[in-house]
Ligand binder design. Structure first.
Ligand code: RP5
Length: 171
């Protein structure tokens, strides 16, 4: 059964939203990918989002660009947590989508990640799933530990070569 439902407003968003799918696949989390637009297929979106909880989904990820109303419309039709991904378009540097998604009025939240950051949406979705899945929580903890290791570097700089430390030139 698919636990995460990924939906996007257009196939234009696919290169971005596929990154969420790749991240979920890496952790073995079953999910679906759908393309449907809040303005071109409004009835389909309402239908999909209304039925998502009964279909077994636990978290939904919705990505869209421009006047990105899809995540908010999805959130309006489901009690499930919805994570919005603002997708970059050729106008306004993605700020249009970011503001549209993050500025949901109080009462119907959409957890919003950064522009084009579908990978973070997948990680956040898995963190939500991990609240009731100890095995997934363990894998996420290992993932965090690996990142911590990659984020640090230690270099031994011999006294006779004091310039060779992260490109830092002592002044
Ligand atoms: C939005 O408009 C979509 O989410 C997409 O990011 C953008 C452009 O869609 P297309 O006109 O390329 O289908 O609805």
């Amino acid at each position: 059964m698919s636990l995460v439902g990924i939906v996007m407003g257009s196939t234009t968003d696919l290169p971005v939203m596929e990154k969420a799918s790749t991240q979920l696949r890496e952790f073995g989390v079953a999910h679906t990918l759908d393309v449907m637009s809040a303005h071109r297929n409004p009835a389909k979106v309402a239908d999909w989002a209304s039925g998502a909880a009964d279909a077994g989904y636990k978290v939904l990820i919705a990505g869209a660009g421009r006047a990105a109303h899809l995540p908010g419309v999805v959130a309006a039709h489901t009690p499930l947590p919805v994570i919005g991904v603002p997708c970059l378009s050729d106008h306004l540097g993605g700020a249009d989508a970011l503001y549209s998604i993050v500025q949901m009025p109080p009462g119907v939240p959409v957890a919003t990640v950064g522009i084009d950051n579908a990978r973070n949406a997948a990680i956040l979705a898995m963190q939500i799933l991990a609240l009731s899945d100890a095995d997934l929580a363990g894998r996420l903890a290992r993932f965090r530990a690996e990142q911590a290791e990659k984020g640090m570097e230690h270099r031994e700089i011999p006294a006779e070569d004091p310039d060779r430390g992260f490109g830092f030139q002592p002044g």
